[in-house]
Structures are given as structure tokens and as C-alpha cells.
Design a protein around this ligand. Structure first.
Ligand code: ZN
Length: 230
């Protein structure tokens, strides 16, 4: 079924209610419906949900766009907003693998053991991004804690599906999305300020935005850049 250009996988089965879902990584849309509902009704239902569907799909495309990597030579990979080509070195030398290096303007070097699977390569790159991002955060977080006069409890880096960061205002724990390592440092800094500001103002209120305007005058640009993907 296609509604307003959106392909919807329709599954009719013995259930009572309509159930619409959008799945990562590509934003596939699936509608489960009772057997006796006619197609017109289903179309109207999906039409009424289009803004919601698009919103879900945007979340996936903004963050998961890079998920289909193969980790082979000359593949593009991003680090701090710059594009690099991957160079894969297969070696059995015990001191040279597994490791990732970014020492030139052009290449990210991936040292792996022969026959390392795509998943193992992906995992290696991910750990490298995690370490790099933690390094950056270990400078930016204290810097902004001092400026804003706040203190985060725990700062963690993890895989997050739909957000760049989050702040638990009850315990002061802040999470950052590991994918931030691929973004320009200005974007990372914006997310740091954003999450720390939640320790002052829980909601995205006018006051919150006024703080952002004060501390990161170009925050809207950074927000836009984050969600464009690369
Ligand atoms: Zn927020």
C-alpha cells in the first residue's frame, strides 16, 4: 500500500486494533490491521499519521545514516566533521592490530587481523570513536561546568538511536551519543552546553533558549548541522 508516497507494508491478521510502526534503520513503515477493515479506512488512518511517520523516519535517517558501512578500503568515514577515506591494513603482527589511527588529513587507518569480519571492524571503529569522544568531552564538560556553574554527576558515551544527548535532571547523569564523534567540534560543544543547561532548566522553555542564545549564539546552526547527517 502506498500513501502519499510512503510505502506501507500491510499485515492483516486476527487483532482488534490498528497498529502502525516505523522501523530502523531505513524507516520502513508497517501497519498491522484487523482482517475486516477496508482499504479506504486504512488509507485514511495512515494519512492522518503522516506527520508522525515522517517524524519517526527523520529520527532514523539523521542518526543511522551511516549504519550500512562495510569497513573496506576507500570507504568514507567521518571524524569531527571531516571526511576521511578508510585504509584497511590486514596484519597478523601482534603489536599492530587491532587499532585505529587518524594521523593524516586523508586517511583513517584500520589495522585488523586477517579475516576480521565486518562486525569486528565496526566494533573496533566504534570503540575508537568512543575513546576519542570521551577525550573531547573530558575537556568540554569541565569547561562548561565552570562557565555555567553546574556539575554533572556521571558523563557517559553510548549508542543512542534518536538523540544526540540526554540529561537526567533527577540524578544529574548525562549521556552523549557516540555518533557525535563524527560531527564538527562546534556541534559537540553545542550538545554539551545544551545538556548541561538542563541542570539549570529542565524544559526547552523560553528561558532555556535564552540561555542557549547567550552561551552558544549560533546554536540553531549547530542543531541544523547535527541533523543533516553526512
Ligand atoms: Zn534538551
Amino acid at each position: 500500500m502506498v500513501v502519499a508516497g510512503i510505502e506501507v507494508e500491510l499485515v492483516q491478521k486476527d487483532i482488534k486494533n490498528l497498529h502502525l510502526a516505523v522501523y530502523p534503520p531505513n524507516g520502513r513503515v508497517r501497519l498491522a490491521a484487523p482482517m475486516d477493515v477496508n482499504e479506504r479506512t486504512l488509507e485514511l488512518y495512515v494519512t492522518s499519521k503522516i506527520p508522525w511517520i515522517r517524524k519517526q523516519q527523520r529520527k532514523f535517517t539523521s542518526i543511522d545514516r551511516q549504519s550500512e558501512r562495510q569497513y573496506v578500503n576507500r570507504e568514507s568515514h567521518y571524524f569531527l566533521g571531516k571526511r576521511y577515506l578508510l585504509r584497511v591494513h590486514e596484519t597478523d603482527h601482534p603489536y599492530r592490530y587491532p587499532k585505529v589511527e587518524c594521523k593524516t588529513k586523508t586517511y583513517i587507518d584500520l589495522f585488523v587481523k586477517e579475516n576480521y569480519s565486518t562486525e569486528q571492524r565496526a566494533e573496533l571503529m566504534k570503540e575508537w570513536y568512543r575513546v576519542k569522544l570521551k577525550d573531547i568531552l573530558s575537556e568540554l564538560v569541565p569547561k562548561w561546568e565552570a562557565i555555567l556553574n553546574v556539575k554533572a554527576n556521571q558523563v557517559k558515551v553510548q549508542t543512542m538511536r534518536t538523540k544526540w544527548g540526554s540529561c537526567n535532571t533527577d540524578n544529574g547523569n548525562i549521556l552523549f551519543n557516540i555518533e557525535l564523534a563524527k560531527k564538527p567540534i562546534e556541534c559537540i560543544e553545542y550538545v554539551v552546553v545544551h545538556e548541561l543547561l538542563h541542570l539549570i532548566e529542565r524544559k526547552h522553555s523560553d528561558l532555556f533558549k535564552a540561555y542557549l542564545d547567550k552561551y552558544v549564539p549560533n546554536w540553531k546552526m549547530q542543531k541544523e548541522a547535527l541533523n543533516q547527517g553526512n
